[in-house]
Design a binder for this molecule. Structure first.
Ligand SMILES: Nc1ncnc2c1ncn2[C@@H]1O[C@H](COP(=O)(O)OP(=O)(O)OP(=O)(O)O)[C@@H](O)[C@H]1O
Ligand SMILES: [Mg+2]
Length: 312
């Protein structure tokens, strides 16, 4: 099956930001159809810029992007009919209640009455919004308003759905309700492009991921591809007895509240665990989390920036 979104050398320089680096710099990404694709990266990495271009809301300044085989710039109106988007900063229409918000959105997209009714009821139930369905949207709490926006686009029949930080500010239970709805969308073979700062969420939901840093793709692949591609794919925590200097030869050591965290290659991690247990330390060992990968990759690029700055 053809990928849902293909970006080729996609570049964006905002009009008033010509002096700095581009918000996106020759980004090449291929987002498979029918899966959840995670886009991660620190603040300002370019995630929202990518989403807005892919959602036809913003023009690129270089390269190209196709969505469902159509050019997102030249065929924007055709693309728009087949996508739906929850922007990062979004406020739904305040004079509607929650039920109307979802139902009218589906009707505006051309869905017939009975299907729109059925889907509205089911999404409100799924996202825990049934109890507030008659409340005006502007009387909702921030997290509920966010959920209402997510409900609206996930209930639609859009083939590609863009969710820019859909769970920011949601309580842990509400987040999991949104996860369920996102998973169901992908079971229906819809494509979901998800940006998030919750890396457990990115890991749990995404079939593939891209890590953006400074407008460039730093890592791309399945969660296990990402683990395989970093220098230190194992994490070992060591508590008690041992000092930093005794750990440094095994990998990258950092302080944690209860002792030290060491990122290491598999063989060094094993050697370290045996050594530390032999000395009577408490040890735990496992593969790195997505958060660890993020810290290793982004942390290194921050260090590089700092040393380049010092040299020049
Ligand atoms: N309208 C704009 N005009 C000028 N520069 C902008 C504009 N919008 C974003 N930028 C810049 O483009 C870069 C990428 O921003 P973007 O919003 O895409 O990042 P992001 O990865 O979504 O960050 P966050 O995690 O904070 O949402 C940043 O340097 C930002 O300052
Ligand atoms: Mg953003």
């Amino acid at each position: 099956m053809e990928p849902a979104v293909i970006a080729r050398d996609l570049t964006k320089v905002y009009p008033k930001a010509r002096a700095g680096p581009p918000a996106l710099s020759k980004v090449n990404l291929s987002i498979p159809a029918g899966q959840v694709y995670g886009l991660i990266g620190r603040n300002g990495a370019g995630k929202t810029t990518f989403v807005r271009i892919a959602a036809t809301q913003l023009m690129p300044t270089g390269g190209s992007i196709t969505v469902l085989g159509r050019d997102a710039v030249a065929d924007a109106s055709e693309v728009r009919r087949r996508i739906a988007c929850v922007p990062q900063e979004s406020r739904p229409l305040y004079f509607l209640d929650v039920d109307q918000l979802v139902y009218l959105y589906l009707r505006l997209r051309g869905m017939d009455r009975s299907e729109a009714r059925r889907r509205t009821d089911s999404v409100l139930e799924e996202l825990g919004l049934s109890a507030v369905r008659k409340k005006l949207v502007n009387q909702l709490s921030g997290g509920m308003r966010r959920r209402a926006m997510v409900a609206m686009v996930l209930a639609s029949d859009a083939e590609v759905v863009y969710l820019d930080e859909p769970t920011t500010g949601l309580d842990p239970l509400a987040r999991r309700e949104v996860w369920g709805a996102i998973r169901r969308a992908s079971q229906e073979h819809r494509t979901v492009l998800l940006t998030t700062h919750y890396l457990d969420e990115a890991d749990a939901l995404s079939a593939r991921l891209a890590l953006l840093e400074g407008g460039e793709v730093r890592l791309e692949g399945t969660p296990s591809d990402l683990r395989a591609r970093i220098r230190h794919p194992y994490r070992v925590t060591v508590e008690g007895v041992l000092g930093r200097s005794e750990l440094q030869s095994y990998g990258e050591v950092s302080d944690i509240a209860s002792g030290f965290l060491v990122f290491a290659r598999e063989s060094s991690a094993r050697d370290l665990a045996i050594f530390a247990l032999g000395k009577g330390a408490r040890v735990s060992m496992g593969p790195v989390s997505l958060e660890d990968i993020f810290l290793q990759v982004v942390g290194r690029s921050i260090e590089e920036e700092a040393s380049e700055g010092a040299e020049s």
